[in-house]
Design a protein around this ligand. Sequence first.
Ligand SMILES: Nc1nc2c(ncn2[C@@H]2O[C@H](COP(=O)(O)OP(=O)(O)OP(=O)(O)O)[C@@H](O)[C@H]2O)c(=O)[nH]1
Ligand SMILES: [Mg+2]
Length: 315
Amino acid sequence: MSTRRRADRTVHRAGYVALVGAPNAGKSTLLNRLLGQKVAIVSPRPQTTRNRILGIATAPGFQIALFDTPGIHRPRPGLNRAMVDAAFAAIAEVDAVALVVDAARRPGPDGDGAEEGVDRVLEEIRRTGRKSALLANKVDRVARPALLPFIAGWTARHPFDLVYPLSALTGENAEGLGPALAGLLPEGPPIFPPDTLTDQAERLLAGELIREQVFRQTGEEVPYGVAVEVESFDESRRAAGTRPLVRILATLHVERRSHKAILIGKGGQKLKAIGTSARREIEALLGCQVFLGLNVRVEEGWTDSPGALRRFGYV
Ligand SMILES: Nc1nc2c(ncn2[C@@H]2O[C@H](COP(=O)(O)OP(=O)(O)OP(=O)(O)O)[C@@H](O)[C@H]2O)c(=O)[nH]1
Ligand SMILES: [Mg+2]
């Protein structure tokens, strides 16, 4: 037997997969789980993710370039429209679409139009002929007997090429997901160098980690009207001998005057707490000490302003 024939048997697969689904289904948690590192921010609130985020999972035998996308909901003009457009645009660019669903959520009207959004995703999968996967997430919150009928309900709606239950949060059944998704991809060599993790620059990721804390630490509609702009990212002391330091200055743009007061809080307490938590996260990302300076600016109605949306990188 020639070595050539033996080599032919080891197939390498590579391609693009889009993680799409309703807001809060766990898409970003799933991306971080697949990569084993945090590249996408996560919060208990819907509509946390605003941009398409690329994360690359590389393992022996496969490389999967994953797009995390904003949750699909009823698009309104402005920021929301840009978010939903970003999710659908990702579908057009991938080999396979992974629909992430919350297995702990009973089907039914949801008020934010996510249900219709998912119908549109399924139509788009059929129209484009993309491979498809149903990722039934949050199984840690589901009683076993309820899982089968839940999955049967979905497979009756669409003949998915792969059906995979897991918990992105606890990691239950998560190890097999990479190889299973890779099975939907074409044979081919890796697309990116094997040590590539994401297309996001550290500077952008730092801004996202600040925004994550705004989502986690402010209520009502405040986080939905906040955009974070990293004004400076000074690495000149990063390679310094004993105490390397990165200095970051960022502006939190709020949509309304009243939101500014809420974000700053009594005696500046709220902004301080956001800054402290975000700094810890950024230090973990950069692996060195970080000085983080935050300030708040009112940018009246920015979520409806095409110029501001462009400036903040949402269109
Ligand atoms: N119990 C449980 N919670 C989960 C699981 N996966 C995600 N979550 C939680 O669900 C919430 C939403 O998670 P995200 O990853 O931000 O969801 P998303 O789909 O990216 O949400 P958007 O970006 O808003 O569309 C967070 O509180 C997560 O901790 C899971 O497997 N089990
Ligand atoms: Mg998300």
